[in-house]
Design a protein around this ligand. Structure first.
Ligand SMILES: Nc1ncnc2c1ncn2[C@@H]1O[C@H](COP(=O)(O)OP(=O)(O)OP(=O)(O)O)[C@@H](O)[C@H]1O
Ligand SMILES: [Mg+2]
Length: 381
């Protein structure tokens, strides 16, 4: 049944048709290893979601549970509005209307392109549907080509066409681009993202690449220790991280000690809204939200430039604040800042205030401290 119509779930209740995928309290252990440990996620029908997380956090296992290749210990899985797995229901993999694309393409070498794409379409595959699927992935007219003659990128498109040909309710992609070189990978991921949107299919991608995760999907889910730590739009998870761990996992972050009262937090770089946080807090700021200038707002901090790395389009400027804390500012490539420059620094852009956690994450060196260490800069105030 398609996601466009309401479905009756295993308990006889209706699930709204707009649910593309829902995981609730999903659990799976292998012996003593809790591979998936209470994962929750909800995706609208037709939505795309990328799944990120450290190695071993349960991404592949989650995909295999959704596909029906593993049986969960607990929890519920809804695909296209239909309960496919719960305490009293287990729909077999071949009846789940799910397409899968793997890192290694998993094509059949003895079949041509049409044979591979038509594989999931039954004994007498519909040639029209194969043509449509190949057109969708930009391989029109390739039906008769042997798959071993195709480039890596073309093979991955065939794998995608094969997954899409049976018009699935959901497509699962497990690191689909990680075998491709950087430039092809960049091009193909944008294309695949567009193809999935055009097909209007709900899709879940696993990737290790944070930029890829944020640039191709409308939702990013970050997994940690078998759970979804945070899911939201790319902007939400990057700019409004729910925890210090999330902030550190998803890019460079500086953490300044602060003090919050009456809805505002103050830290060395000034004052900012604190929501309902009060007392000791951490102010989490991305280097691109740290502004510098020869003069700044009255609340700006005095700082000394201690290092600089120039990347062409931008530069990372290491700053030592009067407290001695070293932080980093990411600026456009101009004007150039130099070690020894006296500047003012302030927050300009999103920053997050969280209650002080005292070691919610390992006390790794900040971006700027690492940079200073590399530069061996001894011109430090
Ligand atoms: N079939 C299995 N038997 C035993 N342990 C398993 C099995 N499959 C996965 N695991 C364990 O479950 C945990 C989660 O594995 P999973 O493959 O889901 O991680 P992942 O997030 O996909 O990691 P990666 O990013 O390295 O691909 C790991 O500790 C792994 O060793
Ligand atoms: Mg994996």
């Amino acid at each position: 049944m398609s996601a466009a119509t309401a479905n009756r779930n295993g308990n006889g209740a209706f699930t709204p048709p707009c649910v593309g995928l829902r995981l609730h309290g999903l659990r799976k252990s292998f012996g003593a290893v809790r591979a998936v440990d209470g994962a929750d996620l909800e995706l609208r029908a037709g939505g795309t979601c990328s799944v990120l997380g450290p190695s071993g956090c349960g991404k592949t296992t989650t995909l295999r549970l959704i596909a029906g290749l593993e049986r969960p210990d607990a929890g519920e899985i809804v695909v296209g509005g239909r309960v496919v797995s719960s305490a009293d229901r287990f729909v077999p993999a071949e009846q789940r209307r799910i397409g899968m694309v793997f890192q290694d393409y998993a094509l059949f070498p003895h079949l041509d392109v049409a044979g591979n794409v038509g594989y999931g379409l039954g004994r007498k595959p519909d040639g029209g549907r194969i043509r449509e699927a190949l057109e969708l992935v930009g391989l029109t007219g390739s039906e008769k080509r042997p798959v071993h003659e195709l480039s890596g990128g073309q093979q991955q498109r065939v794998a995608l066409a094969r997954a899409l040909a049976p018009t699935p309710d959901l497509v699962l992609l497990d690191e689909p681009f990680s075998n491709l070189d950087a430039s092809l990978r960049d091009r193909l991921r944008q294309e695949v993202s567009q193809i999935l949107r055009t097909a209007g299919v709900t899709a879940l991608f696993v990737t290790h690449d944070q930029e890829e995760a944020m640039s191709i999907a409308e939702t990013v889910a970050v997994m940690r220790d078998g759970r979804v730590e945070q899911a939201g739009t790319p902007e939400e998870v990057y700019l409004r991280p729910a925890s210090r761990w999330m902030a550190e996992f998803l890019g460079d972050i500086e953490v300044l000690p602060g003090d919050a009262a009456d809805g505002r937090a103050s830290c060395e770089l000034g004052s900012l809204p604190a929501g309902d946080v009060s007392g000791d807090c951490d102010v989490l700021v991305r280097p691109e939200s740290v502004a510098i200038g020869v003069s700044g707002p009255s609340s700006a901090a005095h700082a000394k430039v201690v290092s600089r790395r120039f990347f062409g389009h931008d530069q990372l400027v290491g700053l030592r604040l009067e407290s001695g804390q070293v932080i980093c500012s990411r600026r456009l490539g101009f004007p150039a800042w130099h070690p020894g420059d006296r500047v003012q620094a302030w927050i300009e852009g999103p920053a997050e205030v969280l209650p002080r956690t005292n070691g919610g994450s390992p006390p790794g060196r900040s971006v700027a401290e690492q940079q200073v260490a590399v530069a061996h800069d001894d011109d430090v105030a």
